[in-house]
Structure formats: C-alpha cells, structure tokens
Design a protein around this ligand. Structure first.
Ligand code: AMP
Ligand code: MG
Length: 412
C-alpha cells in the first residue's frame, strides 16, 4: 500500500518482499554439516531415546520395597550380586529380593529392579551394601522413550538445526538430512568514492565497508555470498555488473539509490531486465531502498550509508533469505522496554534507533547509543537492540514503553 506521495509502508514492503521470496530446492546433506540449516520435512523417530531404561546415577539397582524401612540410624543391608557399567550388556542380569546390583550412570536397568539408590546414600562392605534411606518407585531411572518416542514427530518442517537438534538427529540414527539449499547472494558496491582494501586511499575516497558487513550478515543467515566488486557511478558499468550477478538467487547492491545526479542503480536495474516492485519506504534509516525481481531473482538496492545498509539488510533481506531457506521463524524477537531518555521524532516514518537494553530494578530499560547519523557505523557496533518507533508516533517521553528488536541475541 502506498500513501499519496507514492511511499510504501514498512509492513507492506516486507509482506511484498516475502511474497517474492520462494523456498529454494532441497538437498540431502550430512547431519554433521547441517548446523544452521532448516529442515525441509518433518522428522519422525523410528527408535526410542533413550532406547532402554537406564540409571540416572551411580549407585545400586534395587527393589524399592526392600528399602521401605531404611534410615540413617537403621540402614538396610542388601547383598551385592552383580555390577553393570555403562555399555555393558545387561540383558542377563536379574535382581532378586534382598539384593542389589551395583550400577553406573547410563547403564541398563536389570530386570527385577524398579529404582536406583545413589551411591552417596550407601556404604559397601564385604559384598553387602548398607542403604541409609528409602527410595520411591522409579527413582533415578531414565525410561526408554522419555526424551523421544518412536513413531512420534521429533522436529517439524522449517525447524532450524541448532546444537541440540543436531545432537538429537544423530541420536535417532540419522546420517543425512534434507534441507533447503543455501541461497547464493551476489554483493555489489557502487560509488566513485569507494575503494577496496588493497587499494591506497586517494583524497575523497573511502573504504568499501558495506560489502564486508553484508558478507558477514549473509553468512550469519546461513546463505552463501559472492563478491561482485565495486561499480563506478556509471549506468553501463552498474548494469553490466548486475547482469554478471544473474547466476545468484539474490543480488544486493549498496549505494546509488538516492535521488542524486549520480545515483544510477534504478535505471541500471531496469536495463538489466528487473521490474521494480518497491521503492521509497517510510522508514528511517533505509528510505531509498529499491526492491526488484527478474524471474526468481530478488534484487535489493540498499542505500549506501553503512547503518542504512545494515538495517535495511536486517529488516528485509534477512527475512527473505530465511524464508528461502525454509525457516518458519524469520524475524528477530521484539520485546517491550522502558525508554530511559526522551526521543524526538516526527510522525510519518518508522524509526529504527540504535540502542542498548539493560536491566534496572528487575525491569528491561533501553537507552539510545547517542548520535543516530546513518553514516555512524559505530552506533551499530555499540547497539544490542533497535528501538522501533511506529510511523504515527511523534516525540516519545522518558519512561514510555517502547518496542525493541533484539539484534544480537544469537551472538555472544
Ligand atoms: P549513496 O547511497 O551512494 O548516496 O551513498 C550514501 C553514503 O554512503 C555516502 O556517504 C557514501 O560514501 C557511503 N557509501 C556508499 N557505499 C559505501 C560502501 N560500500 N562502504 C561504505 N560507505 C559507503
Ligand atoms: Mg553513491
């Protein structure tokens, strides 16, 4: 939806972009390599985890009935008839009344036993164990299937494979897993003033920081990046470099989308065969972003100011990449916090303010990182969240409840 001045609301821009972001095809990969990927189908276990009842403690497998009257002053004596270590075949081990079987954590529970008394509550001497307390039935037994039950769904399609998921996939015996392919993201910087790392800086030039922050962001999403270099502020050069990126799933450029005389990305994009779907988003920073499509290729022309580049990546490109990779949860978490300082704002655009959240008197507070110029990349580095102020909001008073988006919750 556009307002009278042909501007697009943030939410509409995001929904439109996500409509065009289609899941990539699937591939079978080794579970070992699957960290950070998203499952393309549900996973059903065909075994129980644990696969057999086992002990949660080092101690003695017992019949709880035998220990009914056990106490510190009147310990109960049991005869130790066997020992089961973790990994031992316990199928032939059998407990009789009045007896105990020494057992280690992870070892299988012998038939006849219904609980385990931990070693700290016992004293062993000359083939007997003296137990100084009673146990309840099933105490310290980890039952087969209490973690995962055979035949039940372990993970749903779209689940992200993190460390625990990877461990469980290995536990249920999977060696390969089907996931969506990582999108290939082509990254192009534009600007006569932009110099790469190995070049000396002539007067008036600056380093190409955007390409590298973008590569880092793309990797964090789990996608693959390919660097297309720097295009001068020249329509033909930009168009040719964009055409060179058509083998990717996504092309991202930075710079050259504002209204300056040397901002050629829009025209170059159309010449390269893309349709422009969105431009002029009612947000700050990030307003000049241009989004286009050609077949299934998505194009994001991000504004060149380093903060605008990063925030428009986080808010639009990241969700698109995650959706393409099959993720279900694609947005960073938003929670409420108490604003620790007044913030001035004009109604109209959605603002994304670099900020730091902290706990005071048990409540979540947030303060800005200070000057918010979109060229001040240090403000991103200092921030652990973004305060999101809605379009209609004007000045906000200290003490107000605001939405904050956690942008570093997956980092240490
Ligand atoms: P533009 O969007 O091309 O008007 O650029 C806006 C601002 O971002 C200018 O100050 C540029 O010098 C700066 N800028 C553009 N591209 C980059 C880049 N790749 N790395 C760092 N700064 C950039
Ligand atoms: Mg420029």
């Amino acid at each position: 939806m556009k307002d009278k001045s042909n501007k697009t609301y943030f939410e509409d821009a995001l929904s439109e972009i996500l409509l065009h972001a289609k899941k990539t095809g699937t591939e079978k990969i080794s579970v070992i390599e699957s960290s950070g990927r998203f499952l393309s189908s549900d996973i059903i276990a065909d075994i129980n985890i644990p696969s057999f009842d086992n002990s949660a403690m080092d101690g003695y497998a017992v019949m709880h009935d035998d220990l009914k009257n056990a106490s510190r002053d009147f310990p109960v004596k049991l005869i130790v008839i066997d020992e089961i270590k973790a990994g031992d075949d316990f199928s032939k081990s059998k407990l009789k009344a009045g007896c105990a079987i020494r057992i280690m954590t992870g070892a299988g529970i012998p038939s006849g036993a219904d609980s385990v008394i931990q070693v700290e509550d016992t004293f062993e001497s000359e083939g007997n164990v003296f137990v100084s307390r009673s146990v309840s039935r099933h105490e310290n037994i980890r039952f087969a299937g209490e973690d995962i039950q055979s035949g039940k769904k372990v993970f749903s399609m779209g689940c992200r494979i993190g460390s625990a998921e990877l461990g469980l996939l290995v536990s249920i015996g999977l060696r390969n897993v089907e996931v969506h392919r990582r999108p290939l993201v082509k990254i192009l910087s534009t600007g006569d003033e932009i110099a790469d790392m190995e070049k000396s800086l002539k007067p008036g030039m600056i380093r190409n920081s955007n390409a590298y922050t973008l590569m880092s962001e793309v990797s964090k999403c789990g996608a693959v990046h390919d660097y297309l270099g720097i295009a001068r502020d020249d329509r033909d050069e930009i168009r040719n470099k964009i055409i060179g990126g058509l083998t990717g799933d996504i092309i991202i450029t930075s710079g050259g989308v504002s209204m300056g005389q040397y901002d050629f990305v829009r025209e170059a994009l159309v010449e390269a065969g893309f349709s422009i779907i969105i431009e002029n988003i009612m947000m700050k920073p990030g307003k000049p972003l241009v989004f286009g499509v050609k077949d299934n290729i998505l194009f994001f022309g991000l504004p060149g100011n380093p903060v605008s580049t990063m925030i428009s990546f986080m808010e639009f490109v990241r969700p698109a990449i995650l959706k393409m990779m099959g993720a279900i949860r694609i947005s960073k978490p938003v929670v409420k916090a108490i604003l620790a300082e007044p913030v001035s704002k004009k109604a109209g655009r959605r603002h994304f303010i670099r900020a730091v959240f902290f706990i005071k008197n048990g409540a979540l507070h947030v303060s800005t990182t200070g000057p918010q110029g979109s060229g001040i990349l240090k403000s991103m580095s200092d921030a652990n969240c973004l305060i999101i102020l809605p379009e209609e909001s004007g000045d906000i008073e200290e003490g107000s409840d605001v939405d904050i988006q956690l942008i570093r919750h997956e980092e240490i």
